[in-house]
Write a protein that binds this ligand. Sequence first.
Ligand code: CA
Ligand code: CA
Length: 457
Amino acid sequence: MRPGRKYGKTSTIKTTKKVKCKILFITIFLNCFYSFAKEYYVAPNGKDSNTGTKDSPVETIKKAQTLANSGDTIYIRGGLYMMKEEQIAQYYKIWAFVTKLDKDGINYLAYPNEAPVFNYSNIKPENRRVIAFLISGNNIKIKGIEVTGVQVTIKTHTQSECFAIQGNNNTLEQLKMYDNMAIGVYITRGSNNLILNCDAYRNWDSVSENGAGGNTDGFGCHAPQGNKNNVFRGCRAWFNSDDGFDLINSAEPVLIDHCWAFYNGYTFDFKKRADGNGFKCGGYASTPLNQLPNPIPRNTIQFCLAVGNKQGGFYSNHHLNGNNWYNNTAYRNRANYDMLNRKDLKPIDYLEDVPGWNHVLSNNLGYGARGAELVNIKKSACTLKNNYFDLSVMIKDSDFLSLDESFLTSPRQVDGNLPENNFMRLNSSCPIIDAGVDIGFPFKGKAPDLGCFESKY
Ligand code: CA
Ligand code: CA
């Protein structure tokens, strides 16, 4: 038995040597491989004549982009960037693109634990729509920066935008867009874009059309056919003068997942402004029949929260098809759920408003609507399962751990996820715990709860 142990020992030593050699080889290989990925730095005190290293940062993202290549990371140091008109990258038709990201595969990341703030209040090109960032490239990631002060100069119908997306496979993460006259994130072209854990708030165009603010949404996707799989996840929109989330004119399905929309349609001091829906999910306004997509997409809105919006919490906006509405919570909106559709994709019918059809609603909770819980729906033409408005159970304020709306603007978790607190979470005796139907999402207890917050019991 002793030799066996000895043999075993020798074998272990040999194996260890082999493993060490392998690790060394892999390390050298990886170092060679990753040495191609470079890092560049942008800082408020940088100069565009600098080399872009950490000790010699450039001043603008525009300059950093010229230095970087696909796979590279540009770190953006914290502090205030007062943007200047001479930094505008391109004037094109009616637009002024301040920063144009058209080079593929570059990461633009806030330096860890720092907050870069880009302020556009000095950029006021006459008769132009201001686009703070145009993302026309692909596989670009932007994380952790703040955009504020984007202006509108045009007095008639117009809009400005903080982030306009026209490329594919881009990720916008943990961005803050506030006190702009501009829309937060606006997707008009491209597939597989992910808008993750971003906040758009207090955006109001107070200049055009007498300050109605009718185009200033938090987030929007309005892409033509062929532009698929665009997703909003973990985002919050509040006090935007038009809608929180808007999917009007989108020709492909969009997913809105775990997002919150509250107080939209109001200015920050609750003055009424424009449409004011939390989630406006579909519709084509007066687009001619021959320009409508065919088929009309079904959007999916799941695990979202709508509170105190001026109009509908969840609104299908004259859509020409149903949407999927799963496990959402609506509270104190004028109508918590408004399923208004148009009749059919046919002449004349495509302009006729009718009660909603073809919608699938499961496990939704509506509570305390200012007007009505559920309006404009033809239930026999929809699939409704285990929604609060269909069940015979009654709940009251004390069934929630808290209805304190100040929790809505709590700081995010360190990883950027939505805050965890007691707002509209169900207390342990609430009768809508386990009142839902299993539709394929994870749940606790015997069955899913109603609404967007699955309780822990
Ligand atoms: Ca809108
Ligand atoms: Ca449950």
